[in-house]
Design a protein around this ligand. Structure first.
Ligand SMILES: Nc1ncnc2c1ncn2[C@@H]1O[C@H](COP(=O)(O)OP(=O)(O)OP(=O)(O)O)[C@@H](O)[C@H]1O
Ligand SMILES: C[C@H](N)[C@H](N)CCCCCC(=O)O
Ligand SMILES: [Mg+2]
Length: 213
């Protein structure tokens, strides 16, 4: 099992999760998906349900769903969605336990980055800790990504959360990024981390799944 987090919202966690899921399926692995909390609809949940041809109910795959495309803690507030943190954790844990027993490999996708507050001071990273999962960080290739990626690594390691590696998702074409190879080497050196994959698009990618299995 792996928790796919990222340096930001919109960085490509779902995009990479879909590619990763297909790679594992092609290896004959029975892959499931859990989106513990999704805000702004159910696009991610539906995308992976379709990509992996999952029969699971949307409510099982995505136990906590918020209508507004906002930070979860804010969405709960503006939607007057009154639920305790304990209940949030119970619902997520229930889905997690069912799905982890049903599939040989479970991809769990966060929402936004690691410091996204779910409720009160319970962050996305606290959810990762609660589920006791290792992580993969999805990062952009362009200027700014060194800081965002190193901060994310440091935050996770400070909570003793395993970071299996970084996957660079090229929403921006590498040809438009000067010295991108040096950016990647800097992330690896300063973060003491491996870049285990580079995704150019849904047909052009290279992911070392051995680092994830
Ligand atoms: N390498 C890529 N090439 C082309 N389009 C991409 C690529 N990566 C992501 N996208 C597109 O960018 C948008 C954001 O990607 P995605 O939804 O995967 O982000 P996310 O990190 O999962 O966001 P969230 O935090 O909302 O879950 C989507 O429309 C997706 O299809
Ligand atoms: C709405 C979006 N697609 C995600 N589900 C939630 C992203 C929360 C980001 C919060 C923040 O970092 O400001
Ligand atoms: Mg997503």
């Amino acid at each position: 099992m792996i928790f796919i987090t990222g340096t930001d919202t919109g960085v490509g966690k779902t995009y990479v999760s879909s590619i990763l899921g297909n790679i594992l399926k092609e290896k004959g692995i029975n892959v499931g998906y859990l989106k513990p909390i999704e805000s702004g609809g159910r696009e991610d949940t539906i995308t992976l349900k379709n990509t992996l041809n999952l029969k699971d109910d949307l409510d099982l795959i995505n136990p906590i769903n918020l209508k507004n495309p906002l930070c979860p803690n804010i969405a709960f507030e503006v939607e007057n969605y009154n639920i305790s943190l304990e209940e949030i954790k119970n619902r997520i844990k229930n889905s997690f336990n069912i799905l982890k027993n049903k599939y040989n490999f479970l991809i769990v996708e966060g929402a936004g980055g690691v410091c996204v507050p779910i409720k009160d001071n319970f962050l996305m990273s606290d959810l990762i800790k609660f589920l006791e999962l290792p992580t993969i960080i999805v990062s952009r290739p362009n200027l700014g990504t060194i800081n965002h990626t190193l901060l994310t690594i440091e935050h996770l390691r400070n909570k003793n959360i395993s970071v299996k590696g970084v996957i660079i998702n090229c929403i921006t074409d590498l040809g438009d990024i000067p010295y991108y190879e040096k950016t990647f080497k800097t992330i690896e050196k300063c973060g003491d981390i491996d870049i285990i994959g580079i995704v150019k698009n849904k047909d052009k990618y290279d992911i070392n799944v051995k680092k994830i299995l």
